[in-house]
Design a protein around this ligand. Sequence first.
Ligand SMILES: NC(=O)C1=CN([C@@H]2O[C@H](COP(=O)(O)OP(=O)(O)OC[C@H]3O[C@@H](n4cnc5c(N)ncnc54)[C@H](O)[C@@H]3O)[C@@H](O)[C@H]2O)[C@@H](O)CC1
Ligand SMILES: [K+]
Length: 215
Amino acid sequence: MEITVDQMYQIENKGHDMGFLKKFMMENAGAAAVRRLLTKFDDVASKNILIFVGLGNNGGDGLVMARHLAGYGSNVTVMLLGDPEKIKTEESNWNWSILKKMPSVNLMSGNSLDFDFKPDIIIDGILGTGISGEIREPYASAINYINNTDCYKFAVDVPSGLDPQTGNTANIFTKCDMTVTFHKMKEGIPKRKDLTGELYAEKIGIPVEAEEGIV
Ligand SMILES: NC(=O)C1=CN([C@@H]2O[C@H](COP(=O)(O)OP(=O)(O)OC[C@H]3O[C@@H](n4cnc5c(N)ncnc54)[C@H](O)[C@@H]3O)[C@@H](O)[C@H]2O)[C@@H](O)CC1
Ligand SMILES: [K+]
């Protein structure tokens, strides 16, 4: 059963109003994404994992993944594509604040893309259902970096640049080995399995009643 992006936002807001806060959805999304990623590696301890995060909640999911992966002993670097002051939402900011207290996670922000390590895994938490229009900097350079780097690539919710509603792509977009979307599959994502790689939809604990009148 696939839903529209608009339905997803309505379900998310209704779940939040019921008390299942977006902060909880983000936690479950990040945790479910890590569990799927771990099925591809016997051991992620000491693997170099580079997580690109945008200023929206797609980025927030990536921040949750960073915290979980540090717990598995990975060398985690988070690259925030913008100014921390410009993180858009309370739930994403909440996760950034936790990471600032975790020396086990290397936090970077701004737009320099020269890293002093070769990533074994790249996580694309740049853009999700909030994509609109052609890709602007610094997201564009990050997407190009991801496409030009040879390693395992994981997309949070949807490969950045692919519109999860229509299945159309923007001027640039990531091509990943695995994609985990949340709650339910969005209509446009399965149209581009060449970009998603292995594709999964993971439940994130939203009360089933949050769908009433929407789906
Ligand atoms: N819907 C749900 O139930 C849940 C959604 N979650 C995550 O939330 C995401 C949606 O979060 P948001 O609504 O904050 O949106 P996104 O995080 O997808 O993107 C919004 C950000 O990207 C920027 N942006 C949009 N189009 C751009 C372009 N063409 N070039 C450059 N920047 C652009 C916007 O200015 C904004 O800063 C989902 O994809 C998913 O990953 C999760 O937290 C779990 C729960
Ligand atoms: K993404």
